[in-house]
Design a protein around this ligand. Structure first.
Ligand code: NAI
Length: 477
């Protein structure tokens, strides 16, 4: 079998395969979906363009999708998050060899340039023969390429690049300009084939609701993030694990006793704050939402404004999904050797472009994805992963067991949209609660949970079915 792919080094495949094998043991949700649907192959005919961090856990997801019958092409959704051994193992496949890869076309390596990143995203949507008919997205970049591509094709041109465009958006425009020159109908044709998208994260979901609100969404979408078994687990417990992992691998600084600012106290912020407190840090939360601010206060965290703690804080973690949380001016006022890191999806939470423009500032690479920025005063700060999500840039993201929950939701959402396309309008949906409960159920036995069963009488008394769902849709967990 021969197919196109682009990874760092296929020679890493064996190391990747060992890690995938261990991850499978920790991903009971995905493995039981393989058992349940491996024979019926509900994804036969699905051609999935996947844009999601190319990690070991994602490898187990990809091989679950193919076990259920799908054809897949994959790219990472971040320039630093690929684990090269996982990418190599997926290309080689469980039965292939380095000389004769039998797996899935992957276009991802750790340390892509932004141009390469967008080329890889184009690759997953550019199939030999028939095109992709499903998107599995994380952050919405693949979905944005199809939508903007089609919009600009209809307009007959890509808007001129302006000074307000970020470096990345200029690169994105250049890519679409090139595709338009090659085939002025490319994205229109791609969009017409797509049956739907399943979206992994808060930020991507936000983009989808915006498109649906303006009537511009081109195909139905399932918001995987807001399955309870995704956002209340991956975002919270996943970050509770990987925030520390990222800090340790990047800097190995002792967290105990330090003052750590967590900007944002949503699901990600809650997990981060808890982990940092667990390490003995004194955690300060910043929030704009009075409910989340009150929650943080009730948990015993100081809630303050960023400006007011610049002279005491040692570490800053942004978790807001919003932009310009830490400005260049903030950074110039921080303590010497303060560590600045973002765990939100995009890199605009920290104004790195503004930092680079501070007069006299000098950037020194300590090691890949760890940079010291020294100001003319002699004081410096340490920025992780250039402001991109550092739990995947400096470490390996969330562990397998929590990702099994997220990816079981992804797999179920793909089956749902692909096999019942006609049931869905061009809107954003969440999976029904009984499927959310199913995902949780798939993970109980592996960690020794003994669930209490309702009696028929008890079920009647609280007005639910013995088999669930157990909560109304408005319940918040
Ligand atoms: P969320 O919406 O639950 O929480 C974000 C919080 O930030 C909200 O409570 C909001 O009020 C607050 N916020 C907004 N602007 C703020 C400001 N200017 N100052 C202080 N607080 C502010 O979102 P969630 O699920 O916690 O996700 C946050 C980000 O993390 C998103 O970009 C999401 O895509 C990303 N994410 C990253 C993961 C990773 O592994 N790195 C995993 C899961 C999500």
């Amino acid at each position: 079998m021969s197919f196109d792919y682009k990874v760092a080094d296929l020679g890493l495949a064996e190391a990747g395969r060992h890690q995938i094998r261990l991850a499978e043991h920790e991903m009971p949700g995905l493995m039981s979906l393989r058992e349940e649907f491996g024979a019926s192959k509900p994804l036969a005919g699905a051609r999935i363009a996947g844009s999601l961090h190319m990690t070991v856990q994602t490898a187990v997801l990809i091989e679950t999708l193919t076990a259920l019958g799908a054809e897949v092409r994959w790219a990472s959704c971040n320039i630093y998050s690929t684990q090269d051994e996982a990418a190599a193992a997926v290309v080689v496949g469980p039965n292939g060899s380095v000389e004769d890869p039998q797996g899935v076309p992957v276009f991802a390596w750790k340390g892509e340039t932004l141009e390469e990143y967008w080329d890889c995203t184009e690759q997953i949507l550019t199939w030999p023969g028939e095109g992709a008919n499903m998107i599995l997205d994380d952050g919405g970049d693949a979905t944005m390429l199809v939508h903007k591509g089609r919009e600009w094709e209809a307009a007959g041109q890509v808007p001129p690049t302006t000074e307000e465009d970020s470096e990345e958006f200029s690169i994105f425009k250049a890519l679409v300009r090139r595709t338009l020159a090659e085939d002025g109908q490319k994205w229109t044709k791609v969009s017409e084939e797509i049956k739907g998208v399943t979206e992994e994260t808060t930020t991507g979901v936000h983009r989808l609701y915006e498109l649906a609100k303006t009537g511009d969404l081109l195909f139905p979408a399932i918001n995987v993030n807001d399955s309870v078994t995704k956002s209340k687990f991956d975002n919270k417990y996943g970050c509770r694990h990987s925030v520390i992992d990222g800090l340790n691998r990047a800097t190995d600084v002792l967290i105990a006793g330090k003052v750590v600012v967590v900007a944002g106290y949503g699901d990600v912020g809650k997990g981060c704050a808890e982990a940092l407190r667990g390490q003995g840090a004194r955690v300060v939360v910043t929030e704009i939402d009075p409910i989340c601010a009150l929650q943080a206060a009730m948990e015993g965290y100081q809630v303050a404004r960023l400006e007011d703690v610049l002279d005491v804080a040692d570490i800053y973690i942004t978790t807001t999904g919003n932009f310009n949380i830490i400005t260049a001016e903030h950074m110039t006022k921080m303590k010497n050797k303060a560590i600045v890191a973002n765990i939100g999806h995009f890199d605009n939470e920290i104004d790195i472009a503004g930092l680079a423009k501070v007069p006299g500032v000098v950037k020194t690479e300590i090691k890949p994805q760890v940079h010291e920025w020294t100001f003319s005063s002699g004081s410096s700060i340490i920025v992780l992963s250039e402001g991109r999500l550092f739990n995947l840039g400096n470490a390996t993201g969330h562990p397998s067991f929590v990702m099994s929950n997220s990816f079981a939701n992804q797999t179920i959402a793909q089956i749902e949209l692909f096999s019942k396309t006609g049931d869905y309008e061009k809107q954003v949906y969440v999976l029904p609660k009984h499927l959310d409960e199913k995902v949780a159920r798939l993970h109980l036995a592996a960690i020794g949970v003994e669930l209490t069963e309702l009696t028929k009488e008890q079920a009647e008394y609280i007005g639910v079915d013995v088999a669930g769902p157990y909560k109304p849709d408005h319940y918040r967990y």
